[in-house]
Design a protein around this ligand. Structure first.
Ligand code: RIB
Ligand code: CA
Length: 308
């Protein structure tokens, strides 16, 4: 049986590649995709998601979520993903409507339908997930597992100690970390190794399909942009998180106590992971410490090359 999944995202370039490969994976069934403000404003993350899903030929429902973090103003990452979130990639405009229900109502609907088997994957700020738990606390036992792309045991890409998704909405992330829902945090300690390099992109250039051409276009934009920041390759933060639902062995890590700092100029949004187990607090998350990059690259290539 395919794993029932709802993906919450802030489509942006790496979210787009996660969607492209996740939809192609026969081990998962993405039953809905919900959008949140993050990389760019909600109007763009939502339209990018709908245009992408339609361009790839799927009729998966896309539902619009929250436009602002719980209490803070929105910070976007336009310098990374471009003004509209898709870099210089232009997708045909979808003529399909968004789901008539809101993101949290769709997640609640799909959780009830999946009867406790739903895997919820969040690859943007956790604003929608926090609203979901606050609005429908009875949804929690219906979520088999929550996989989050976010945070870092060590380091950060927004401040020296914070990762973007958690930095944008620390209060939401803290609430989610304390929710009691079984969860995996796919952190920068793993995702920064999840890179797609020129050699693989050049192999993909030989594939004459709509999906492969789009993947190459997005990857080329990401590689060129990253080179400006001194980073080699395209970093598949979100692709790794979603892939790990189908292939858990991609991730290395352990169960730890994790919480989120919500104070401090450089620490607000920091994921505090009790690796040394000094707090005595019970473990509440599987947190990544690494990943299998060759296995991941092979999975990504298979999802991009294979046609259903
Ligand atoms: O820090 C990386 C994360 O922030 C990814 O989800 C990327 O899409 C951005 O949202
Ligand atoms: Ca994202």
């Amino acid at each position: 049986m395919r794993i029932p999944v709802v993906l919450d995202c802030d489509t942006g370039t790496d979210d787009a590649l996660a969607i492209l490969t996740g939809l192609a994976c026969s081990d998962m069934e993405i039953r809905a995709i919900t959008t949140v403000a993050g990389n760019v404003e909600l109007k763009y993350t939502s339209v990018n998601t709908l245009n992408l899903v339609d361009h790839l030929g799927y009729d998966v429902p896309v539902a619009v979520g929250k436009s602002e973090p719980l209490i803070r103003p929105l910070h976007t990452a336009k310098e990374v993903h471009g003004e509209n979130g898709m870099g210089d990639v232009v997708l045909p405009i979808s003529n399909r409507a968004f789901d008539s229900e809101s993101a949290i109502d769709v997640i609640y609907r799909e959780a009830k339908k999946a009867e406790g088997d739903l895997h919820l994957v969040a690859v943007g700020p956790l604003t929608n997930i926090a609203h979901l738990f606050m609005t429908y606390p009875d949804v929690k036992p219906l979520i088999k597992h929550l996989t989050i792309m976010g945070g870092a045991i060590d380091g950060g890409n927004m401040t020296p100690s914070t990762e973007f998704n958690i930095h944008v909405d620390p209060e939401a992330a803290k609430l989610v970390s304390e929710s009691g829902v079984p969860q995996t945090w796919v952190t920068l300690d793993a995702t920064l190794s999840a890179t797609i390099e020129d050699t693989m992109i050049d192999e993909l250039r030989t594939i004459d399909t709509k999906k492969a051409k789009l993947a190459v276009e997005i990857l080329d934009y990401m590689v060129t942009r990253n080179r400006r920041f001194g980073i080699e390759g395209a970093v598949m933060h979100d692709g790794l998180a979603l892939a790990s639902v189908a292939v858990p062995s991609l991730l290395k890590g352990d169960d730890f106590y994790l919480t989120v700092e919500t104070k401090g100029e450089f620490t607000s949004g920091k994921t505090v992971v009790d690796v040394a187990r000094v707090t005595g607090k019970p473990n509440n998350a599987f947190v990544t410490t690494g990943m299998d990059v060759e296995k991941f690259r092979a999975w990504m290539k298979e999802m991009i090359v294979n046609e259903a």
